[in-house]
Write a protein of this length. Structure first.
Length: 117
């Protein structure tokens, strides 16, 4: 079992910054990668960014490239999503997701990010 706990959400004005954290615990050796997803009101969930657990390879959705940075603190089993130059369209519930080597997935509870214009 892998447990994920997100933190760092909140409200900010357009152009501001937030840093989200996703702390993993349990059988962390079974993690292949960690991804951030978001879901805005009335919309489907979309992939935002991902990082390989061992090698650190990263991937981003086009709309956040150059503004968001995903990183990992291996010593703390925590993945961060640094979000700069936030826009109102970034408003959503952000959730982290662990891809396990078994093919299963684990989800955190989500954290709200609200960007006002």
């Amino acid at each position: 079992q892998v447990q994920l706990v997100e933190s760092g959400g909140g409200s900010v004005q357009a152009g501001g910054s937030l840093r989200l954290s996703c702390a993993a615990s349990g059988r962390t050796f079974s993690i292949f990668g960690i991804n951030w997803f978001r879901q805005a009101p009335g919309k489907g969930r979309e992939f935002v960014a991902g990082i390989n657990w061992s090698g650190g390879n990263t991937d981003y959705i086009d709309s956040v490239k150059g503004r968001f940075t995903i990183s990992r603190d291996s010593g703390e089993n925590t993945v961060f999503l640094q979000m700069n130059s936030l826009k109102p369209e970034d408003t959503a519930v952000y959730s982290c997701n662990a891809e396990l080597k078994s093919g299963l997935r684990a989800w955190g509870q989500g954290t709200q990010v609200t960007v006002s214009s």
